[in-house]
Design a protein. Structure first.
Length: 391
């Protein structure tokens, strides 16, 4: 395995986080290999995979030269958030009242993913291996050696695992993880509404799960219904008309009648914590490093901030340092310790609090929402954290 193509850095996984890391290193002295099973493609119609991008990460993408090249007719700014509990609890967030231009941007995954790949294909210091998959990896103090499924061998000072929740890099590096299944699935689809959403994102904490409507351009919304497995099965098996009626009713007909714009899809929900974000010659980013409940809307934002932090450290390498320098990796792990920890435990706690059917829990969660809504200092602080990751 030692006699392979040599690079400073190998990124395994070319999703949003992995591709962003590669582009963020475009001005570095590092030679980079990117290994990915399949290159992204633009969706036909609207992509059913939609993310909420925080202003901090919109700024990061702007630094990469990506944001200004996007089709902004396919992005929607979130100006307000309307959050409702299951016993008349309510919480409002306003960009205007918090002194912000927007709370987030809602956009399709493929929109940004494809633009990132267009950028990295033009980079002089990146070689893309796609389609390709990691078969084996050996890590030593001297470096990392990888073998791909097609038999090609690659060597590098550092391997970055950006290959998702079931990371092969994490497995081969011997980095342990603990997984807590929620017994839920996230049901997603895009729907067209009768009434304009006016840049408002809605979220309902219900007895049958957490339902979010994320605004898209025109009168479209992307919905994520984090529902118990049996409820999710019913949502997926119902006909289109029944599904739309159920989604509209669950949101109190806030935007009137709805029609389906894209097919439905679902994915299992789980909390995943890793023993460490680093190992010998290895760093983890994105879903390979942390998986959280989607009710926070922060999954991809964590991945982008991982990429930004690691890229900044790698761009600051001294001439005598290699990309796999363990002191540098420890700095990365320390820098990224707080935000994922806070969000993982906060979203996990909210999920457990709102899934409890105990009357005391119902009282606590709804009274808490109403008290928070009446304290602008707290709501503004929460808004600033959601926007920037800092209070």
């Amino acid at each position: 395995m030692a006699n392979g193509m040599k690079f400073d850095l190998i990124i395994v996984g070319g999703g949003l986080a992995g591709a962003a890391l590669a582009v963020a290193l475009r001005k570095s002295r590092l030679s980079i290999a990117l290994v990915e099973a399949a290159a992204p493609r633009h969706a036909q119609g609207w992509d059913q995979r939609v993310y909420a991008y925080s202003p901090a990460n919109a700024a990061f993408l702007r630094e990469l030269g990506i944001w200004e090249r996007l089709d902004h007719d396919r992005l929607c700014a979130v100006e307000r958030m309307d959050v409702r509990g299951d016993r008349n609890g309510a919480l409002q967030f306003s960009a205007y009242q918090s002194g912000l231009a927007e709370l987030a941007w809602i956009g399709e995954s493929s929109l940004i993913h494809c633009e990132l790949w267009e950028s990295l294909r033009r980079q002089h210091n990146v070689m893309v291996f796609a389609p390709a998959q990691l078969k084996d990896m050996v890590l030593t103090e001297e470096g990392a050696a990888l073998v791909l499924e097609d038999g090609r061998s690659l060597c590098a000072d550092l391997v970055v695992g950006a290959d998702g929740r079931d990371s092969r890099v994490r497995e081969l590096a011997g980095i342990g993880s603990s997984v807590t299944p929620y017994g839920e699935r996230g049901v997603v689809a895009n729907l067209r509404c009768e009434q304009a959403h006016r840049g408002t994102a809605f979220q309902w904490f219900r007895e049958d799960g957490v339902l979010a409507w994320l605004p898209l351009p025109d009168k479209l919304v992307s919905i994520v219904w984090s529902a118990p497995d049996d409820v999710a099965a019913d949502l997926l098996s119902s006909d289109d008309s029944t599904f739309c009626e159920r989604v509209a009713a669950a949101g109190g007909q806030a935007l009137g009648a709805m029609t389906l714009e894209t097919p439905r899809a679902a994915f299992p929900l789980r909390l995943m914590r890793v023993d460490s974000m680093i190992g010998m010659r290895v760093a983890l980013i994105g879903d390979a490093a942390h998986a959280i409940h989607p009710l926070s809307g922060h999954g991809i934002n964590l991945g982008f901030q991982d990429a930004k932090e690691l890229a900044a450290l790698l761009c600051g390498l001294k001439p005598w340092q290699g990309a796999g320098d363990h002191a540098l990796l420890r700095r990365y792990a320390r820098a990224r310790a707080e935000e994922p920890f806070v969000l993982q435990y906060a979203t996990h706690g909210l999920n457990r609090l709102f899934s409890s059917r105990h009357p005391a829990a119902a009282l606590l969660r709804n009274v808490g929402m109403n008290l928070t809504d009446r304290l602008p200092v707290i709501t503004n602080a929460l808004t600033r954290y959601a926007v920037s990751g800092k209070l």
